[in-house]
Design a protein. Structure first.
Length: 306
């Protein structure tokens, strides 16, 4: 596949740039004007991806790399292509095979994307981190072998990683966030929140309408700020670790908390009306409401008021 074919919008521009402070630095630049609601799709590997909003109706792609990483062949380089079909704009940036004269070579890309704030986004990358901010829409952000940082996002948000941590700041809407072999941190979250990780901890705070947390071999610290409400049941589950849950003192819920090899403790201004033993708590909080299930093994549960 040719890396720099014309798409009919504008010619691909390949210019020298200051990537890695190398004389062999190259840059692929492309921009597209979208008249409707932008729908941006990105597929990449072996490099970091930074995505942010910009004014106007233009989607801009920049891919930087060091050409010397592909050897002496003047035609060698990463496989980079982009195109537009109506409101849909696509970028593919792949490093290609890594064998160079029988050796594994470290080929890396640096990808920068600017797009209108009100846009849909789907990005998938491997062996690289993603940093995405200041967007509103249907957002799907996935990385394998890389961490994800997401801030100032709103809408329907789907974030997933393998072998990488996830850091969330100021997200609003419906959130589905998952990772393996990494932790999840979130502050100033607002809306319905589903969080799942294996071999990692979860630490989140925000105003929640829905809350579903699952962690394997990691502690859970969750703070439901004032204004949180249970539009449906909440669930918190982990193994081999403890749960520390802070709740508004006026929240109405039917609490079902249990642990093995640990204890359940409560620090609220009013007692939960029900049964309470060392390892189990079942009862109505402020008269009861939707089911709140909290369960762990080999760890304690502490419920406190704010």
């Amino acid at each position: 596949m040719s890396s720099y074919r014309s798409t009919g919008i504008s010619c691909a521009i390949l210019v020298a740039a200051g990537f890695a402070s190398s004389a062999n630095a190259e840059q692929y630049l492309k921009s597209y004007t979208v008249t409707g609601h932008p729908d941006v799709h990105v597929q990449a590997d072996n490099g970091g991806v930074h995505i942010g909003s910009s004014n106007g109706s233009t989607v801009e792609f920049s891919v930087k790399y060091d050409k010397s990483d592909w050897g002496d062949d003047s035609n060698a380089g990463p496989q980079i292509d982009s195109k537009q079909n109506g409101n849909r704009v696509e970028l593919t940036a792949l490093t290609g095979p890594h064998a160079w004269f029988g050796f594994t070579h470290n080929r890396r890309l640096s990808i920068e994307i600017h797009m209108p704030k009100d846009s849909d986004l789907q990005v998938e990358t491997s062996n690289g981190a993603i940093d995405v901010s200041s967007l509103n829409g249907k957002l799907s952000v996935h990385s394998s072998n890389g961490g994800i940082k997401a801030s100032d996002l709103s809408g329907t948000i789907d974030i997933g990683s393998s072998n990488g941590g996830i850091d969330l700041e100021s997200l609003k809407g419906t959130m589905n966030v998952s990772t393996t072999n990494g932790g999840i941190k979130g502050n100033n979250l607002d809306g319905r929140c589903g969080l799942s990780t294996t071999n990692g901890s979860v630490r989140v705070a925000g105003r929640f309408d829905g809350l579903d947390i699952s962690s394997g071999n990691g502690s859970v610290v969750a703070r439901a700020e004032t204004g949180s409400k249970m539009s449906a049941g909440w669930r918190i589950r982990t193994t081999n670790a403890g749960v520390d849950l802070s709740l508004p003192t006026n929240l109405q819920a039917n609490v079902d908390a249990s642990t093995s090899n640990g204890s359940v403790t409560v620090d609220l201004p009013k007692d939960i009306d029900g049964s309470h033993s060392k390892t189990e708590l079942r009862g109505a909080m402020n008269g009861g409401g939707p089911e709140m299930t909290i369960h762990t093994t080999n760890g304690g549960i502490h419920i406190r008021g704010i």
